[in-house]
Design a protein around this ligand. Structure first.
Ligand code: ATP
Length: 252
């Protein structure tokens, strides 16, 4: 379980996250929604220990990663996979080496075992036989899939996704969302997905959390967000243009 307790983040004099609390249960898919700049990626970076909060705690299975020494944090990260917004593949490595990277870093698997693990993960993401391709020869959707294969290669208990469907056309976006769902069903991982893609969120979320200017306004089943009376949530869920009146109304 991931337990975010009273987390605050300031950059200079800007308070980006304000007293954030969120519990993510084992095996669930939590989707974090919110407008650009609301602090979603900042929170995700904290969950994998890339950024330390200004104050507060982040417990993973009861252990506070914000206070862990680097060696222990690295150990913890082996149980976590991250899918980055722009795939973040190594351009000079082929698909196999990109996926095998974590295995070479963190395990002592033999070459045939690595081959087998890469093959299995490529099969899971529907890209059998692409081991020798270079990232420059892959479409955006394929790169996302390879990013996903790389994130699951160490069979993590937690997968964090930063905008997994960003930059994809609607059909590819649905493909990736279904893949995330499929992965969830097969691997029973705990997933945290940051997105503004509502269609994708609906397909994959067990629960949703709506971040607004650094605070959660609502955390609950998707229906709770769709039925919310808060004008700031209604506006986002209905894709309405921003209006100063809505912000004023929401602050009352
Ligand atoms: N290292 C940093 N130093 C200073 N400001 C930062 C830093 N990282 C993020 N910010 C600021 O914090 C705010 C929240 O950024 P964040 O990337 O978390 O938002 P987001 O909700 O993920 O947005 P988007 O959906 O556009 O990716 C932004 O105003 C951003 O400029």
């Amino acid at each position: 379980m991931i337990d975010i307790i009273n987390v605050e983040q300031t950059f200079g004099d800007r308070r980006i996250l304000k007293n954030v609390n969120l519990q993510i249960n084992k095996g669930e898919t939590m989707v974090i929604l919110g407008a650009s700049g609301s602090g979603k990626s900042t929170l995700l970076k904290m969950m994998i220990g890339l950024l330390k909060p200004t104050s507060g705690k982040i417990l993973i299975d009861g252990r506070d990663i914000t206070r862990m020494p680097e060696t222990e944090l690295n150990e913890q990260r082996k149980h976590m996979g991250m899918v980055f917004q722009y795939s973040a593949l190594f351009d000079s490595m082929n698909v196999k080496e990109n996926i095998a990277f974590g295995l070479r870093m963190h395990t002592k698997l033999s070459e045939p075992e690595i081959d087998q693990a890469v093959k299995e993960k490529l099969h899971l993401v529907g890209l059998d036989g692409t081991e020798e391709l270079m990232p420059s020869n892959l479409s955006g959707g394929m790169k996302k899939r390879i990013g996903l294969a790389r994130a699951i290669v160490l069979e993590p208990e937690i997968i964090l996704y930063d905008e997994p469907t960003a930059g994809l056309d609607p059909i590819r976006s649905t493909d990736i969302s279904l893949l995330i769902k499929n992965m969830q069903e097969k691997l029973h991982v705990t997933s945290v997905v940051v997105t503004h893609d509502l269609k994708s969120a609906e397909l994959i979320a067990d629960r949703m959390a709506f971040l607004y200017e650094g605070s959660f306004l609502e955390i609950g089943k998707p229906s709770a967000l769709y039925q919310s009376k808060d004008p700031r949530i209604k506006q986002f869920m209905n894709g309405l243009p921003s209006s100063p009146d809505i912000e004023k109304e929401g602050d009352e």
